[in-house]
Ligand binder design. Structure first.
Ligand code: DCP
Ligand code: MG
Length: 450
């Protein structure tokens, strides 16, 4: 799958950690398969395993299976992420790298490359967006999904969790863990407990039994200070908290926190999954593997980008009216042209037609670099509206309806089998005809969304 296109404005990891407890404080438990009763479990929490380190291993496969630490150098800096092989030596995030290396002398230490992790994060979020539009990213490497609506198409929650894990592994070559539960908080606890590379379904009827033996630090909102306040009144497990009289709790941690924690201790958490606010624009762009000169190859690339942009619009239940085309030539001259359509669209063919027309006009206008090849192409759609906000425009003989049906059929296949499973015939023909060079793989390529 190409680099993805959600640049979610997500909370920094550290704030999230303070708000949600620390995963290394939660005892691990064996993974369960998707077979547990998941009928009352619409919420999934997906968390990438050793995220920064896994991204490094993806591009340096020779490091697989080794203790790898990301963050600083052997003598300075702080551990951001460590593989589970390194954690066996007692290494964990936020520890000084010098100390980590003393604990784990064979560790391979790598500096951080935030650009690479952001691009990988966008890939993850894009894949999750193909499962359901109801995705709430809460940090670079984790998100909640509400799969209530996706179950009809993709199977039960447990099956969807298994699908996500296999797609992330196969298409992104990264490991992740997934918790499946009736509520956000329990799903979050479950994903932390089945790490690494696991999944866990907590059936609606089993939530209390699942939570009660755990330490209070597993609770969303209980950091070291609150844990200490609770310990002072003899509360160390979630069961202690659940059975503690309310006035006692309120006396120790205050009224709001006391009531909230008591609710959580009984598995009650009404927070809904809140998808990201609608983006201002949605688009896709790619720096091409080699500069393109041939118009047919450029059109194929435009079709690919238009399809990807339209799929993203549909995944978010949105359409857009203004299409802009960005072309960067070999000498880095960059030209952008825009056109506003009569009606908002989420159909790949329509976006493609507009982009192609814009490219035609671009040729006529001329460019100082016209003799050179095309280095980068991008399509962006603005003037975004929710598809549900629009009356369906029934125009007799309007071919776009046929295209939309086709696109929707493709979405169903892609959400199940991945984005490589289907492609427009023009792109397939390009791959099959030996003399027509298929568009090369991207040289770089995070799709950009503002
Ligand atoms: N991160 C960071 N500084 C921290 C904690 C985390 O920069 N103090 C970054 C690096 C992590 C990423 O955020 O790779 C995700 O954080 P997690 O807590 O999810 O940690 P990992 O993904 O590394 O490990 P795991 O989720 O398997 O426990
Ligand atoms: Mg993680």
């Amino acid at each position: 799958m190409p680099a993805g296109s959600v640049t979610a404005s997500v909370q920094p990891k550290r704030e999230v950690r303070a708000a949600m407890g620390r995963s290394h404080a939660i005892p691990r438990a064996p993974s369960t398969g998707p077979l547990a009763d998941d009928t009352g479990c619409p919420i999934l929490h997906v968390d990438m395993d050793a995220f920064f380190a896994s991204v490094e291993i993806r591009r340096h496969p020779e490091l697989a299976g080794l203790p790898v630490i990301v963050g600083g150098s052997r003598t300075r800096g702080v551990v951001c992420s460590a593989t589970y092989e390194a954690r066996r030596y007692g290494v964990h995030s936020a520890m000084s790298t010098a100390r980590a290396v003393r604990l784990c002398p064979p560790a391979v230490v790598l500096p951080t490359d935030h650009e690479a992790y952001s691009a990988a994060s966008a890939e993850v979020m894009e894949l999750l967006g193909e499962i359901t539009p109801v995705v709430e990213p809460i940090s670079m490497d984790e998100a909640f999904l509400d799969v209530s609506g996706a179950r009809r198409l993709l199977g039960s929650s447990g099956e969807i969790a298994r699908l996500i894990r296999s797609r992330v592994r196969r298409e992104l070559r990264l490991p992740c863990s997934v918790g499946v539960a009736p509520t956000k908080f329990v799903a979050k606890v479950a994903s932390a407990r089945c790490k690494p590379d696991g999944m866990c379904v907590v059936p609606a009827g089993g939530v209390v039994d699942y939570l009660h033996p755990l330490p209070v630090t597993a609770l969303w909102g209980v950091g070291p200070r609150t844990a200490e306040q609770l310990r002072c009144i003899g509360i160390t497990t979630i069961a202690d908290l659940a059975h503690s009289p309310a006035p006692r709790l309120v006396g120790a941690v205050g009224s709001a926190a006391g009531t909230h924690l008591h609710e959580l201790a009984w598995g009650r958490d009404p927070r809904r999954v809140l998808p990201l606010a609608p983006e201002v624009s949605i688009g896709a762009e790619e720096t091409l593997g080699t500069d393109l000169f041939d118009r047919a190859a450029i059109d194929r690339e435009l079709l690919r980008l238009a399809d990807r942009t339209a799929a993203r619009l549909r995944a978010g239940g949105r359409r857009g009216r203004a299409v802009s085309l960005k072309v960067r030539f070999a000498d880095f001259t960059t030209i952008t042209r825009a056109h506003t359509m009569d009606a908002a669209s989420d159909v790949g063919q329509q976006l493609y037609q507009v982009a192609r027309d814009l490219y035609d006009r671009l040729d006529r206008t001329g460019s100082p670099a016209r003799g050179g090849g095309v280095r980068l192409l991008g399509i962006r759609v603005e003037g975004i509206v929710g598809a549900g906000d629009l009356p369906e425009q029934l125009v007799l003989g309007d071919r776009s309806h046929g295209w939309r049906d086709a696109d929707q059929a493709v979405d169903a296949v892609v959400s199940r089998f991945g984005s490589g499973a289907v492609a427009p015939a023009a792109l397939l023909r390009a791959a099959a005809v030996p003399n027509s060079a298929p568009a090369p793989p991207p040289r770089t390529g995070p799709d950009a969304v503002r």
